[in-house]
Design a protein around this ligand. Structure first.
Ligand code: NI
Length: 177
C-alpha cells in the first residue's frame, strides 16, 4: 500500500526512531510495513525511504536502485531492507561531497558531505544479519536514510543548495531518498 510521505516541517521527521523489537521480526505486520515502504518508494521514484518518512517511529530503511539512463555508471543496488542499522566509516575523516534530494524536502537539492565508504550492519525483516561495505552512491543513500532515523534532514548538513523542479511524468527524476 502506498503511504503518505511526510514533508519537512512535520515534527515526526525530527524524532529519534525506536529500535525494532526482536518480537516483531518475522511477523506479518513487519513484512506488511516493509512492503508498504517499498510500494511508497517505488511510486515516488525514490531510491531509499526510512520508516519515519511515512510516520512510523521505527528504525527501518529500504533502498533500491536499478540503474537508469541518467546514471548508467552507477552500480545497481538490489532491493534491501535494513532494520536497526548501524555503520562506521572505513576511512575516518574522509568525506566526499555529493548532491542529494529527499522525498520529504520538495524543490531542493543540497550538496552534502558524507563518508565515501562505510561498513554497515543491519537485520532483514526475518532477523537475519546483513553486513558489508558500501561505497559511493550506495554509501550515501544509507547515510542519508540513517539520518532520517536520527531525526535529521539533509538541509542540516548541506554546504550549498539549488532549487530543483521535479520532472513531469515520463521524464526520469534524479535520485531522491
Ligand atoms: Ni530523505
Amino acid at each position: 500500500m502506498i503511504r503518505e510521505i511526510l514533508q519537512i516541517g512535520d515534527e515526526r521527521l525530527t524524532r529519534i526512531a525506536k529500535p525494532v523489537d526482536n518480537a516483531q521480526l518475522g511477523q506479518p505486520a513487519l513484512h506488511t510495513l516493509v512492503q508498504d515502504m517499498f510500494d511508497t518508494m517505488y511510486a515516488s521514484g525514490g531510491v531509499g525511504l526510512a520508516a519515519p518518512q511515512i510516520g512510523v517511529d521505527l528504525r527501518i530503511l529500504v533502498l533500491a536502485f536499478d540503474g537508469g539512463e541518467r546514471s548508467p555508471d552507477t552500480p545497481v543496488i538490489p532491493p534491501t531492507v535494513m532494520i536497526n542499522p548501524s555503520f562506521s566509516p572505513v576511512e575516518e575523516g574522509e568525506l566526499e561531497e555529493g548532491w542529494e534530494g529527499c522525498l520529504s524536502v520538495p524543490d531542493l537539492r543540497g550538496n552534502v558531505p558524507r563518508h565515501a565508504r562505510i561498513r554497515y550492519q543491519a537485520l532483514n525483516a526475518d532477523g537475519a544479519l546483513l553486513q558489508g561495505v558500501a561505497e559511493g552512491f550506495h554509501a550515501r543513500i544509507i547515510q542519508h536514510e540513517y539520518d532520517h532515523l536520527e531525526g535529521i534532514l539533509y538541509p542540516e548538513r548541506m554546504t550549498e543548495s539549488m532549487p530543483y523542479q521535479r520532472p513531469l511524468q515520463n521524464e526520469e527524476a534524479e535520485a531522491e531518498s
